[in-house]
Design a protein around this ligand. Structure first.
Ligand SMILES: NC(=O)c1ccc[n+]([C@@H]2O[C@H](COP(=O)([O-])OP(=O)(O)OC[C@H]3O[C@@H](n4cnc5c(N)ncnc54)[C@H](OP(=O)(O)O)[C@@H]3O)[C@@H](O)[C@H]2O)c1
Length: 288
């Protein structure tokens, strides 16, 4: 476990080796006493021993296709682990932030608000929803559910998972066309904005206890691809419009899990738009 001594709060973060987690750790490190719990640190009782004031629980099985193929292991990672960590933190924790997903919705309608009823259609979505319910059952009002939309941006560390946008840009740059769904809509969220808004929750937890954190625009993956390629100066014809139904494995993905982000905005969570996010992404890549 990596420990950084800072002022005030003891903040435990799980999933710090991941795409979002590495950005979050970089932001929290100078601000708090940070306890970064790697997967190997999550044995029984470890969270209790740490005694955190705040937990940001990001660790999860995040690949929907893997979850579909391994439903028991997906539930163990996304539901059982979340419940156990909530129990172990319950003696000390004031706020337990659980990172959830737009994929708890079925995608029939889109523009989902926090008051809408989740209805997941995938193992990933239902295991993440069960994780939400588990931490809420254990911690009540101390559980804060932050549902995130599809994130894009650079990796903070080279060992973290590549985002789909990074993979797409690399392929297009090498002259390979990339097929992107023109019929799957999300509210794309720049990863550094997600990390910054999660980091701020440590200092200023919010009410009520569920919030939809997404970018300000509803966009298809294909639209995301075209904007990303434009910003990176790569010919946009490499982004080919595909359909979920083109492939049996993707046919049942939700069509539109975009978010109504008015609650987040009213709480001061205002992630940047897609073009601005890709511009920041491009500037970051220039520096590395
Ligand atoms: N990325 C997105 O677009 C997106 C959108 C909506 C919600 N979210 C949510 O945001 C959170 C962070 O996502 P991410 O994209 O940063 O994930 P990621 O890059 O896939 O990283 C997942 C993290 O979880 C850990 N992990 C995986 N399986 C585990 C297990 N069985 N036990 C303990 N730890 C495990 C990984 O550790 P190792 O390094 O050891 O594998 C890694 O630190 C997740 O809760 C995800 O559901 C992500």
């Amino acid at each position: 476990m990596a420990r950084t001594v800072g002022l005030g709060l003891r903040v435990a973060v799980t999933g710090g080796s991941g795409f979002l987690g590495a950005h979050l750790l970089a932001r929290l490190r100078p601000r708090v006493e940070l306890l970064a719990l790697a997967r190997r640190d999550l044995s029984d009782g470890a969270m209790r021993a740490v005694g955190p004031d705040v937990v940001i629980h990001l660790a999860a099985a995040t690949d929907p296709a893997w979850c579909e193929a391994h439903p028991d292991r997906a539930r163990a990672a996304n539901e059982d682990l979340s419940r156990r960590l909530a129990h172990e933190a319950s003696k000390t924790v004031n706020t337990f932030v659980y990172a959830s997903t737009d994929l708890v919705f079925d995608g029939e309608r889109g523009n989902y608000a926090e008051t809408d009823t989740p209805r997941p259609i995938s193992v990933y979505g239902s295991s993440k929803l069960s994780g939400e319910q588990a931490v809420r059952e254990v911690l009540g009002e101390r559980a804060l559910i932050v549902r995130l939309s599809l994130m894009y941006g650079p990796r903070a560390v080279s060992t973290a998972r590549e985002s789909f946008a990074e993979t797409m840009l690399a392929r297009a740059r090498s002259g390979e066309p990339v097929s992107l769904f023109a019929d799957e809509y999300r509210s794309p969220l720049y990863v550094e904005d997600a990390a910054e808004h999660l980091a701020r929750l440590v200092e200023r937890p919010i009410e009520p206890r569920v919030v939809h954190l997404g970018g300000p625009e509803k966009r298809s993956r294909h639209e995301m691809g075209v904007i990303g390629l434009e910003v990176f100066g790569i010919p946009t014809h490499f982004a080919r419009a595909g359909l979920r139904g083109d492939n049996a494995a993707t046919a049942s993905r939700p069509a539109d899990v975009s978010f109504d982000v008015r609650r987040a905005q009213s709480l001061g969570m205002r992630p940047r738009g897609l073009r601005e996010g890709f511009e920041k992404f491009r500037d970051r890549m220039k520096k590395t």
